[in-house]
Design a protein around this ligand. Sequence first.
Ligand SMILES: CC(C)(COP(=O)(O)OP(=O)(O)OC[C@H]1O[C@@H](n2cnc3c(N)ncnc32)[C@H](O)[C@@H]1OP(=O)(O)O)[C@@H](O)C(=O)NCCC(=O)NCCS
Length: 393
Amino acid sequence: MSRAIRDVVFVDGVRTPFGVGKPTGQYAGTRADDLVVRCIRELLRRNPTLPPERVDEVAIAATTQIGDQGLTIGRTAALLAGLPRSVPGYAIDRMCAGAMTAVTTVASGIAVGMQDVAIAGGVEHMGRHPMGEGVDPNPRIISEKIVDPSALVMGATAENLHDRAPEITRERCDAFAAASQARAAAAYDAGIIQRDLVTMATRSEEGWGLATADEPMRPGTTLESLASLKTPFRPHGRVTAGNAAGINDGATACLVAHDTTAAELGLTARMRLVGFAYAGVEPEVMGVGPIPSTEKALARSGLGIEDIGAFELNEAFAVQVLAFLDHFGIKDDDDRVNPYGGAIAYGHPLASSGVRLMTQLARRFEADPDLQYGITAMCVGIGMGGTVIWERV
Ligand SMILES: CC(C)(COP(=O)(O)OP(=O)(O)OC[C@H]1O[C@@H](n2cnc3c(N)ncnc32)[C@H](O)[C@@H]1OP(=O)(O)O)[C@@H](O)C(=O)NCCC(=O)NCCS
């Protein structure tokens, strides 16, 4: 039996506004699974020509898969969202690249003809599930020096990266962070980000509320205000609350489909998947992960970095984005990189972020008719990177 690989397209992406993962944050009284359910419902509402029973799979990522992020969240969220019981679902985990892996996993199923339409996304309620909750690393990891102990603290890995790349100074990181905040504020002012946000009911001691915007944003951030911040991961370090993504709550979901099926169902294909790759690096400098994953994805797709007109890079830490840019010879303030701002401004609810990158990239294809290829890329804890290359439909 001969079989051709089929084209996979990104149809639509939505997310909740992101929250600050603290007891005072907007989602402190909101369940993680309810955040995902809201995104799935919104996708169905925005794409009314899609018969819900045509969804072949629901893959939802979470890093901490316990409590309201456990119980095979892709399946339970699908049921809670009112999808027919015939629609299956599952949970996925590649830490920060969870939603990205959900997309590439369902895309693979679509490409080989085993599925036609799928929902992929992710959630992380870091306020309810602090990083590292319930983990039990095998003692051999440390005692046999399989990884350096600092590899388990993401902020420490960012300090390690600063050690290895002293040319990436705190001043450069702070300038990148201030620009991320300014670009995000401008994107909000232009109404770009709100187009893909789904409002979310919230609950607190004061009663019901409505989340309509990203809570972590700090418009008006200046180099001066950043320069005064402490370095929590190391005395006299370089990583601060201002040049790192925060502790956040939020969910994302997107609709991915076989291109012909999308057309048959009246769904608009917004960008086509070209290729993807994941790569492993030294866990103690996990932030460099997107460099080899991007090289691998480009090589496998027959493209070069010069072909890429748009980058949506997850800003876990400014230092790791700058390491990526230095490696590929791209300037810190290049307009092709995160022109709508990034995770330093919006927040980074770990497993959800990959689909935020894709959703923003899809908007960029709409905004720039000359854009041919774009990438979404991110670093991953325990030393990995993930990259997905997309092209204009
Ligand atoms: C860096 C980190 C420890 C900071 O946590 P925190 O102390 O709770 O952060 P806060 O938001 O309270 O900010 C700390 C201080 O910096 C200030 N601050 C933060 N961002 C700022 C900005 N852009 N401009 C000015 N001040 C800022 C806050 O106002 C606060 O000041 P205060 O102490 O006077 O109240 C935390 O965000 C973190 O761990 N981030 C990394 C998350 C991570 O590892 N993700 C995975 C990536 S792989």
